[in-house]
Write a protein that binds this ligand. Structure first.
Ligand code: AMP
Ligand code: AMP
Length: 359
């Protein structure tokens, strides 16, 4: 008769010896946006790390010691020419990829779904995804003739709010547009392709999720708000002086501020995340892989209106590097988005599911 205890001890020993190890893999990313947390988290989970950065930015990655190897590049779009990247290197996409890299030509495997990153990077397809998920969205204006109240004028791509401005009528739009170009804040070229949304009065709340393919679970992990120049400090200039000097609010992101959300709002945030992940399965076969973010305004009626979606890690999760309240609740101390990504890849390798996590 087989001694069950002996059998399982032998079995575990065999499994441990033959398990594919994640330690032979490298986690890589571009040195900007959320690279510090991504690389730190990868090291914490036992991966080798690689940072590709501009020469002038090297100081950051050297100083914090998060990269085992650094490759310098003059331009982020020079990817196909880069040497020294082996075939066990997994890239983690972030905001700089959407802004500076053509994901169609990206030659290395990424953790995440590149088809969904493409859907997200076009404002029209992104909006369809949010609407299809049943979330509330701000009204969109297709012509400046239709502006009949306060609107926010945006540009394409992840430019971190740079150059956005407000207007309340067609005439006001034209005046502001001239003023913004004259001041060198936006170019005529940018103004050829604009996106006009109704401005929602409320507070902005960015909610970051993690869709775990390995654990088959959606996790709600982080909230933040942005710190933007100059809108977040314009109130320090008295109204009278604002009018006299024609100060206009702009929305250039300079950092992020951690946030804990009113607890009774959490169920709605869970439902919203679930709906977005469910819709994603209809948009791309592999569905949502890993981190994504819903960018919202909550108004005084406590309605959550979603004005943007990012199908990858957002820089707002930097507020929780080393741990944050919702990471702590779900995973215990020390978890953060970069580390959560690495943990998923590690578990994927151990369970033979890596193919499902990469595109
Ligand atoms: P950077 O390397 O700082 O130029 O950032 C790369 C891209 O990510 C740019 O498009 C930025 O606008 C965007 N970005 C950087 N940091 C943040 C942030 N904290 N929030 C939102 N977007 C950001
Ligand atoms: P974004 O680059 O789209 O994440 O937005 C940059 C800034 O514009 C953030 O401060 C948002 O809160 C604000 N914002 C964007 N869309 C809207 C909107 N429809 N209503 C109110 N604020 C908005």
């Amino acid at each position: 008769m087989v001694n069950a205890k002996y059998f399982y001890t032998q079995h575990n020993y065999y499994m441990a010896r033959n398990q594919p190890t994640h330690k032979s893999y490298t986690i890589a990313t571009l040195g900007s946006h959320s690279a510090l947390g991504i690389l730190k988290g990868a090291k914490e989970e036992g991966f080798k790390t690689l940072c590709i950065c501009k020469p002038q930015d090297r100081i950051t990655y050297d100083s914090f010691g998060v990269a085992d190897k650094i490759i310098e590049t003059a331009s982020f779009s020079d990817f196909p020419k880069l040497k020294g990247i082996d075939n066990k290197t997994i890239f983690i996409p972030h905001g700089s990829y959407t802004a500076y890299v053509d994901m169609d030509d990206f030659p290395f495997p990424i953790f995440g779904n590149r088809e969904l990153i493409k859907v997200e990077s076009n404002r029209d397809t992104q909006r369809e995804w949010i609407v299809k998920s049943g979330l509330k969205v701000p009204e969109v204006y297709h012509s400046t003739e239709d502006i009949d109240g306060l609107v926010i004028v945006k540009f394409h791509g992840a430019a971190g709010g740079k150059g956005y401005f407000l207007a309340y009528s067609r005439e006001n739009f034209e005046e502001k547009r001239r003023r913004m170009v004259r001041a060198g804040i936006v170019t005529e070229k940018q103004l050829e392709k604009i996106h006009i949304q109704k401005y929602i009065i409320g507070v902005n709340v960015y909610a970051s999720y993690f869709n775990s393919v390995v654990r088959d679970e959606l996790e709600l992990l982080c909230f933040d708000k942005r710190y933007e120049a100059n809108v977040d400090n314009i109130g320090r200039v008295p109204a009278e002086d604002q009018i006299a000097t024609m100060v206009t609010p702009t929305y250039t992101v300079t950092g992020n501020i951690p946030l804990s959300i009113r607890e009774s709002l959490l169920p709605e945030f869970f439902r919203m995340g679930e709906a977005v992940a469910r819709t994603a399965r209809g948009l791309s076969e592999k569905g949502m892989i890993g981190p994504f973010c819903l960018e919202n305004v909550i108004n005084q009626k406590l309605e959550i209106i979603t004005f943007e979606l990012s199908a990858r890690i957002v820089a707002g999760t930097n507020v929780d590097i080393g741990g944050g309240p919702y990471f702590h609740l779900k995973h215990g101390p020390g978890m953060h988005m970069g580390r959560r990504i690495a943990l998923e890849i590690k578990e994927g390798i151990q369970q033979g599911m890596l193919d499902e996590l990469l595109t």
